[in-house]
Design a binder for this molecule. Structure first.
Ligand SMILES: C[S@@+](CC[C@H](N)C(=O)[O-])C[C@H]1O[C@@H](n2cnc3c(N)ncnc32)[C@H](O)[C@@H]1O
Length: 229
């Protein structure tokens, strides 16, 4: 048994085998797009922390995976500067329309926005970093995770963050996770260890748990050999 399978077998998951449902996700975010920015404000400190962990430099190219309305754009742009490049990808037309408005409103010329499922997105650069911010459905779709990793240069930084189940004894916390996840994900599969498909593809993997262990920040750098094996 390899490390990945061993870790999977350690956490029993009543939702095992329930894959993300694209139509459900599209409908979820069609309804949620107008109020999304307001709802996500509470996670702003996590977003800041996650973006800092990307260790971006001026001139870097970063992929904002399932970028939604572009809430990370301003910080990403600040870090890569006007010579850098931000690629935002999302499958939801309604969320991406807001991301596009944000880019136009700010007159940012170094953004590329792609409307596509991550698993089939054509990403034609070797990017320096990728951010998966509150993208549980993507994190639980192996083809999507691999498509992003393949589009990164070897050694590129990857940071993933989002909701997770707190320990079982933290019932009130898990009620809050349940409520938030109901509105954000199309499967609860893997919510105990959402990073489990990504972890085997990264070197120097590190994991931080915050908000009473109901939010994770996973990070590492691309290990090409792991992807090819
Ligand atoms: C909770 S929002 C996060 C948005 C953004 N990353 C943020 O931090 O605010 C989840 C986003 O994932 C997108 N999404 C879900 N599954 C996807 C997939 N397979 N491919 C592309 N986008 C997806 C949804 O459309 C939605 O915009």
């Amino acid at each position: 048994m390899d490390n990945h399978n061993r870790a999977e077998s350690q956490s029993w998951d009543p939702f095992a085998g329930v894959a993300p449902d694209r139509e459900a996700a599209l409908s979820q975010y069609r309804d949620r797009a107008p109020i999304y920015d307001l709802e996500l404000r509470i996670f702003d400190p996590i977003r800041r922390r996650a973006i800092n962990r990307l260790w971006l430099r001026r001139g870097s190219t970063v992929i904002d995976v399932a970028c939604g309305t572009g809430l990370s754009f301003e910080r990403l742009r600040k870090q890569v500067g006007s010579k850098g490049h931000v690629i935002g990808i999302d499958q939801s037309a309604e969320m991406l329309a807001r991301a596009r408005e944000r880019v136009e409103r700010n007159g940012w010329s170094n953004f590329t926005l792609i409307q596509s499922p991550i698993e089939s997105a054509e990403i034609s650069v070797a990017a320096d970093a990728a951010l998966f911010h509150f993208t549980h459905d993507v994190m639980r779709t192996r083809d999507a995770v691999c498509n992003v990793i393949r589009s990164l240069r070897p050694g590129a930084r990857v940071v993933a963050t989002g909701l997770k189940w707190a320990p079982p004894w933290a019932m009130p916390v898990n009620m809050a996770v349940f409520y938030a996840a109901m509105r954000s994900v199309s499967t609860f599969e893997g919510l105990a260890r959402p990073w489990s498909l990504l972890e085997p593809l990264l070197a120097d993997f590190s994991l931080e748990e915050r908000q009473a262990r109901s939010v994770y920040i996973a990070s590492g750098r691309v290990d090409r050999v792991a992807l090819d094996s």
